[in-house]
Design a protein around this ligand. Structure first.
Ligand SMILES: Cc1cc2nc3c(=O)[nH]c(=O)nc-3n(C[C@H](O)[C@H](O)[C@H](O)COP(=O)(O)OP(=O)(O)OC[C@H]3O[C@@H](n4cnc5c(N)ncnc54)[C@H](O)[C@@H]3O)c2cc1C
Length: 402
């Protein structure tokens, strides 16, 4: 039984459907997860195989239904940020790979949910919800990470119809495992951000090579997607030609909040572990928990996690219920929750002493798992700039709804 309460489901941000989802997730974590994770740290191949098992199992259990809308087999009429955030917090507290498996089904399919037409949605989303189709989101490039609009992959319209894609995408989660990629490329309708389009690309399309892997500190499927004369039909174009940047940013507006939720789950697990340890560890004739410096540290950790939860679910609720743009709220939630979780986990490692850095201990794993969250889907510095710019703008034209 965890020592720390999870996010309070009695908060007004949630309804019965959210509470039922968490109950279902916790049952799956208790009954299915331990067997599915077995051997996942033995090699990179084992890690890829584990993610595939996790997606299939989450799909069979109906837990991926939170990633797609009801018309395509999902839980709710439209994409619900709070459901995905609660799922990520709950799964991340138990396992980074389980969180990753669900998160990528959401991130890789969200451009289709939010911007695809009926035929595109029907082709992909039921398979995503059932865990039959694995998805990926291919935006970043070697020379265009934070500066997305600098991307150089090209989409060339063919005279006989369809598009030809060329270029290299990098840091692509699920590369080599995905059945389906959303690929962003420069189609040239206008300079910069206004000349980018988004395409649905089947992994088996000739000219798409996702075989090169990138090993990282907390292993998960990650690699390059190389496009070389990769041809797709007109029906692969998502939204309008030139509308790709809007699709990418619209997707991130929903997903940044859920990255904050995953960080919250990692942080809560670190606090769980730290509390057990400080009560059990004896030194100088007392327990570690008896020292005021420990109590201060635990106090700071608890405050940081609850503040993260409030920001994450405020952003989710604002998006789902008020149905307005939440660029500022989502950026704040991701920025604060990922930075806070990094500090909370570091404090937990410190409280464990030498045991905290032993390979395979939970806090050591969390220490590696949290790091990338401060970089992807908007590095912390980029998010600070977004929040700063929006706050300055709002001071000139105050919004009614935030
Ligand atoms: C584990 C992992 C998984 C990922 N998964 C995906 C995925 O599935 N799909 C995808 O498309 N991409 C993915 N990414 C890529 C990720 O989104 C990029 O790494 C991120 O956008 C940063 O780009 P970059 O790595 O090129 O760093 P750069 O853009 O080179 O930035 C380096 C650093 O510069 C600083 N910086 C950036 N901008 C500013 C600024 N304006 N002012 C001051 N400082 C600044 C920040 O500290 C930043 O970390 C993933 C990355 C990682 C690490």
């Amino acid at each position: 039984m965890p020592a720390v309460a999870p996010t309070n489901l009695a908060w007004p941000f949630f309804d019965e459907g959210h509470r039922a989802l968490v109950v279902q997730l916790e049952a799956w974590i208790a009954d299915e997860l331990p067997t599915l994770l077995h051997g996942s740290e033995d090699s990179l191949d084992a890690c890829y195989a584990c993610v595939q098992r996790l997606v299939r199992s989450l799909g069979r259990a109906g837990l991926l239904r939170c990633c797609v809308p009801q018309a395509q087999g999902g839980l709710r009429e439209s994409f619900d940020v709070r459901s995905v955030a609660l799922a990520r917090e709950t799964l991340a507290r138990a396992s980074g790979l389980a969180d990753f498996a669900l998160a990528m089904q959401g991130l890789g399919s969200a451009p289709v949910t939010l911007f695809g037409n009926a035929a595109q949605q029907a082709a992909l989303l039921p398979g995503v919800a059932e865990g039959r189709l694995i998805t990926a989101f291919a935006l970043s490039e070697p020379d265009a990470g934070s500066d997305v609009a600098a991307m150089s992959a090209t989409a060339t319209r063919l005279p006989a119809g369809g598009w030809r894609l060329d270029g290299v995408k990098t840091w692509i989660s699920n590369a080599g495992l995905a059945d389906h990629y959303v690929v962003f490329a420069r189609s040239g309708e206008a300079p910069g951000a206004r000349g980018i389009s988004a395409f649905m690309v089947d992994a088996r399309t000739p000219g798409l090579d996702a075989s090169e892997r990138i090993p990282v500190i907390a292993p998960h499927p990650l690699g390059l997607v190389k496009l070389n004369d990769c041809r797709v039909g007109d029906d692969a174009l998502l939204g309008e030609a030139g509308g790709g940047f809007k699709i990418a940013m619209g997707t991130l507006d929903s997903f940044r909040t859920t990255v904050g939720a995953a960080a919250l789950g990692f942080g809560r697990r670190a606090l769980d572990e730290a509390l057990q340890r400080v009560h059990a560890r004896r030194m100088f004739g007392k327990t570690l928990a008896d020292f005021q410096m420990t109590q201060q540290k635990i106090g700071q950790m608890a405050v940081a996690l609850d503040a993260s939860a409030l920001m994450v679910y405020r952003a989710g609720w604002t998006k789902d219920v008020q149905r307005v743009r939440v660029t500022r709220e989502a950026s704040m939630a991701k920025l604060y929750a990922t930075e806070a979780a990094q500090k909370v986990i570091d404090d937990a490692v410190q409280l464990f002493g030498g045991l905290g850095v032993v390979q395979g201990s939970v806090v050591e794993r969390l220490y590696r798992e949290i790091r990338a969250l401060r970089i992807y889907e908007g590095a912390s510095e980029v998010l600070e700039l977004i929040v700063g710019a929006r706050t300055l703008q709002d001071a000139l034209t105050p919004r009614q709804n935030a």
